[in-house]
Design a protein around this ligand. Sequence first.
Ligand SMILES: Nc1ncnc2c1ncn2[C@@H]1O[C@H](COP(=O)(O)OP(=O)(O)OP(=O)(O)O)[C@@H](O)[C@H]1O
Length: 200
Amino acid sequence: MQLEAKNIGFRYGDGPWLFQGVNFTVKPGEIVGLTAPSGRGKTTFCRILAGYEKPLEGSITIEGLPVPTRGFHPVQLIFQHPEKAVNPRWKMEKVLSEGEKPDPELLDLLGIEQEWLTRWPNELSGGELQRFCVARALGSNPHFLIADEMTTMLDAITQAQIWHAVLEIAKKRKMGIIIVSHEEKLMQRLCHRVVELKSF
Ligand SMILES: Nc1ncnc2c1ncn2[C@@H]1O[C@H](COP(=O)(O)OP(=O)(O)OP(=O)(O)O)[C@@H](O)[C@H]1O
């Protein structure tokens, strides 16, 4: 179940190319860091991998096959700002059921309290909300998870709890992870390898 991006090129509208000829692979169970200076297109590249954006050049495949465009995407992306990733008009239990029904063990591992399920998104802290976004993404059993500055806004304890849960699940399921972070220490500690996003 290797995720492979081949010769990817992208630009917004008729602006300059953000990148071209980018090749990138992630194997099952592998944790890969992605770096580049600010504004070079890391988030855009992640959005392409997760199917939010179509590459203008190149292809994304999983095990040699195009990624399905219907149903739950096998590459799940977790954003830096959880409040932008949930529908403010849905209570948390509905937000969660957007994916498959998450198992209680997963909620427990992520430190999600039962009582939070009946709250609105604006009644939770950023860290609590991000736990839900992680649970929603993992609930559907994705093959790959992209953590784009996933814990940047959170305090050290919440960061550690979320990463502990994600890594434990990744190991159990042989899920590949892509990490984008400006925190070099975090990247060094977690990643099997770190690659730079650059055009060739
Ligand atoms: N929807 C959009 N329309 C036009 N330009 C965009 C759009 N989204 C992003 N950009 C531009 O594309 C470039 C790359 O943005 P992107 O967020 O992918 O970079 P990044 O490497 O993740 O940056 P950072 O490290 O600062 O988060 C930026 O110059 C940004 O202004």
